[in-house]
Write a protein that binds this ligand. Sequence first.
Ligand code: SF4
Length: 223
Amino acid sequence: MQRGSTLCVAGLYLVLRKQHGHMGWWPADTPDEIVIGAVLTQQASWRNVERALNNLGTQGRLSIDGINRMRTADLERCIRPSGFYRRKAAVLKGFASHVISVHGSLKMMLCVDATALRKELLSIRGIGPQTADSIILYAAGRPVFVIDAYTRRIMSRVYGIDGAMGYGELQQYMSSRLDESAELYNDFHAQLVELGKRHCKTKPLCNGCPVMSYCLHGRRNAK
Ligand code: SF4
């Protein structure tokens, strides 16, 4: 049982799953699209990422191989809606070049053991822990829990954990309280994002929130 709540972390998942149903992520058709989306979504809304992905799709370049063969200026033009397009184009070009030169294809890279894959991903310029873990979980289908701003905010409010806890520490907090399962981690993360969008916004809308009766912050506000 966690400090400040009568609901364990696995129980939180069950409450959210009952409320939202199975979410099933990532919103993409191929591993290539997941990887490209994971880079473009850094500091961007998903709606703008979709516009950039659509532009790449229209050009027939929505793949790592396609990006590797694309002129940087054309890539920048396509992904401009996602913001920070020059930096993101450089990251995507570097990523694609690495994949093709070291592994030959993204499919081969994603076969690498999860620990080695994470280390390799983090060695690529512009790929941080959240992007690396999104690629490992959603594109490679391996069980790593992705920590994002929604996870941090919700866990801090429901359980009173330190909102400034390090990425690795919070990831360990989540993983150690759940069965090791890519399907579970996938759906749980999607459930947290859904809760964050519907209720646990920057300014929380606690009334009607499905976890209010278990939430440290929500119960405090209800008093
Ligand atoms: S009760 Fe309020 S603070 Fe707690 S999870 Fe729901 S919206 Fe967030």
